[in-house]
Design a protein around this ligand. Structure first.
Ligand SMILES: Cc1cc2nc3c(=O)[nH]c(=O)nc-3n(C[C@H](O)[C@H](O)[C@H](O)COP(=O)(O)O)c2cc1C
Length: 234
């Protein structure tokens, strides 16, 4: 299993110091590459802290937030939300490799503090920064984090023998982040064909689906078609 998949968790306490020039350059380059590849219009904000500094409903949940990626795009772009999830999570894993902390954020911030041009669809944010020092009780909670994920049996419906490659991919899916930890993307394996789907009616269901497909491909290889019921292609 890729180390970043095992080690990633949602960082909510950041060291407020600015990112290094190298990390900023890396982020700007990667965000531009995602936009070129997907049709998204994501922006990297080196200082997006105002969306968090006065936000009461977060109940102090986030600390030291400064840099973030604002995911948005033309609403007519096919599979916009899923692409944001897939390519955003691929970037998250690379950021973890660089020793950076990340957190996907869909709701718990001050939306009025960030500009989304008229005609563009806001998707969600990815916070990025150096992980801050966390209290001992939180460290104990983090150590038990993986217990919070559902078993593969609740994420995969299978008919016939499932290969070890698919099981490895599913173990990686199990550790994927999802909005409110809902873990709703579901995989179906039938006679050698693996597909993935998610509830259409939830706000972030399709972002979660893209994230889950990214985790699967990281571990099992191949590629995944976008869309509900999209197939894994080797
Ligand atoms: C699309 C998306 C939106 C999220 N929105 C929020 C949010 O608004 N506030 C928050 O604190 N965490 C948010 N999260 C983080 C999830 O709560 C977190 O991924 C989940 O609880 C699993 O924990 P882990 O990431 O530490 O494994 C979001 C995650 C995703 C994927």
């Amino acid at each position: 299993m890729r180390k970043a998949i095992e080690e990633r968790y949602s960082v909510r306490t950041f060291d407020p110091k600015p990112l290094s020039a190298e990390d900023v350059a890396f982020l700007e380059q990667r965000v531009a590459a995602i936009n070129a590849k997907t049709g998204l219009n994501a922006v990297f904000l080196e200082d997006g802290s105002k969306a968090f500094s006065g936000f009461k409903s977060s109940y102090g949940m986030f600390r030291g937030v400064r840099s973030l990626i604002l995911l948005k795009g033309d609403p007519s772009t096919p599979n916009l939300f899923e692409k944001a999830g897939y390519h955003g999570e691929a970037l998250v894993l690379d950021l973890v490799d660089r020793g950076l902390g990340t957190c996907w954020v869909g709701g718990t911030f001050d939306k009025s503090a960030l500009e989304v041009p008229a005609g563009e669809q806001f998707i969600c944010l990815i916070l990025v920064g150096y992980p801050g020092k966390i209290a001992l009780k939180d460290r104990v909670l983090l150590a038990r984090l993986h217990d919070r994920y559902k078993p593969i049996s609740e994420r995969l419906t299978a008919v016939g023998h499932v290969s070890q490659t698919v099981m490895n991919g599913m173990e990686s899916v199990r550790l994927a982040p999802s909005a409110a930890n809902s873990q709703t993307p579901h995989f179906n394996y039938d006679d050698g064909i693996l597909t993935a789907t998610a509830p259409e009616d939830s706000t972030f269901g399709l972002v979660d689906l893209g994230i889950a497909k990214c985790h699967f491909v990281e571990e099992a290889g191949g590629s995944f078609e976008f869309g509900l019921g999209g197939r894994w292609l080797l």
